[in-house]
Write a protein that binds this ligand. Sequence first.
Ligand code: THU
Length: 129
Amino acid sequence: MTKQELCQKAVEMQKFSYVPYSNFPVGAALECSDGTVFTGCNVENAAYGSTICAERTAIVKAVSEGHRDFVRIAIAGNSEDFCVPCGSCRQVMMEFAPGMEVICLNAAGESRSFALRELLPYGFDHTWL
Ligand code: THU
């Protein structure tokens, strides 16, 4: 899948977001090393802390179906600036794929790519245990 197609999938996933509290839909599309793509959206909750971000939805879908080898993820949000993943999502990405690429989109559909290591330098992982 091309980068553009992956980004398009992330944008399309925003329509499934359940966001009655923030009204900020986020979509994600996660590509695995074998080319499989898992998608996700944010799912909010009246107990705000139980909200699940789009990125973690996609990652948990992938891991629960036997996929852990992630290459890149596209994240789409309707913000002026690029929609970057929260700290919890960065940490969950680090668990499985410290070398992955994170493609962040803004409302205009423009993208900026980061290495996960850039977003989470000195990230804690299994090597400390
Ligand atoms: N959110 C995501 O799903 N991913 C991000 O990268 C940033 C934030 C969600 C969580 C919440 O539903 C809403 O966006 C506002 O924080």
